[in-house]
Design a protein around this ligand. Structure first.
Ligand SMILES: NC(=O)C1=CN([C@@H]2O[C@H](COP(=O)(O)OP(=O)(O)OC[C@H]3O[C@@H](n4cnc5c(N)ncnc54)[C@H](O)[C@@H]3O)[C@@H](O)[C@H]2O)[C@H](O)CC1
Ligand SMILES: [K+]
Length: 220
């Protein structure tokens, strides 16, 4: 098994997209389908997609669109400034806006209360707040949202990495999602592998990042 740190994963991602010209939206779509294929859709019918506005959130928007397409109950909660959203986030966010009006921004303490109360109506949380882009302490509204997710005791699936958890397993960024299951993209992340608490709750899925990009940065 190949195990990578954050920097190596970011380098591989960038090389695949910028040098091999693999469209990043294709990787995002594959990531969303990788999560979808790991959900038991016979028992999971109502979803709260909790996303920030980077590419971990982009994976979340693509998954939300796919869940809406098959008729699942989906509520989308955005934590972060949509005006700063990544291009890939906006592509599927635009579609989600056409498919549902249950899209809520979490910015204030009142929004936090609304979020907490609404969670009672769903049976699965999708954590799409942060992935390999986490680079500083989790604070403010982000930490409130993560605490509410953890206190909810609702089955929580994290995209790529539990939000707030350091990909390399070295830094304490304050708080992180206590994921029940993690679908990590393409390669096992160092922090998750060496942390026995998460290692048994994770699957690694191929999302179409070419072996040529991996070989360039991995010295086997
Ligand atoms: N193109 C690709 O490389 C692919 C990535 N995939 C997914 O994308 C994430 C990595 O996305 P990125 O945009 O780099 O960062 P995040 O979405 O993890 O974070 C968003 C954004 O948040 C800011 N930030 C960092 N730390 C904090 C903090 N403590 N508080 C507030 N904000 C914070 C920072 O600016 C980040 O940019 C990867 O994990 C995958 O899920 C696709 O799956 C495949 C292609
Ligand atoms: K995440």
């Amino acid at each position: 098994m190949i195990i990578v740190d954050r920097e190596t994963m970011k380098n591989i991602d960038a090389y695949a997209i910028n040098e091999l010209k693999i469209p990043s939206i294709c990787l995002v779509e594959r990531a969303s389908l990788a999560v979808l294929n790991n959900i038991n859709l016979d028992i999971r019918n109502s979803f709260g997609i909790v996303a920030s506005v980077g590419n971990n959130g982009a994976d979340g928007m693509a998954l939300a669109r796919n869940l809406l397409s098959i008729g699942k109950k989906v509520e989308i909660y955005i934590v972060g400034d949509i005006k700063k959203a990544s291009t890939d986030f906006l592509i599927n966010f635009e579609s989600c806006k056409k498919m549902t009006d249950k899209i809520f921004e979490i910015r204030t303490i009142d929004d936090i209360e609304f979020f907490k109360n609404n969670l009672e109506k769903i049976n699965t949380i999708i954590d799409a707040i942060f992935g390999t882009g986490l680079n500083r302490t989790v604070s403010g509204i982000y930490s409130y949202v993560i605490e509410i997710i953890n206190l909810s005791n609702i089955f929580t699936i994290s995209i790529d990495i539990p939000s707030g958890y350091d990909c390399d397993g070295e830094m304490d960024f304050g708080t992180y999602v206590d994921s029940d299951f993690i679908v990590s993209m393409q390669l096992m992340k160092k922090g998750l592998y060496y942390d026995t608490y998460f290692r048994d709750k994770i699957v690694v899925e191929d999302i179409g990042i070419a072996q040529k990009a991996i070989d360039k940065f991995i010295n086997i």
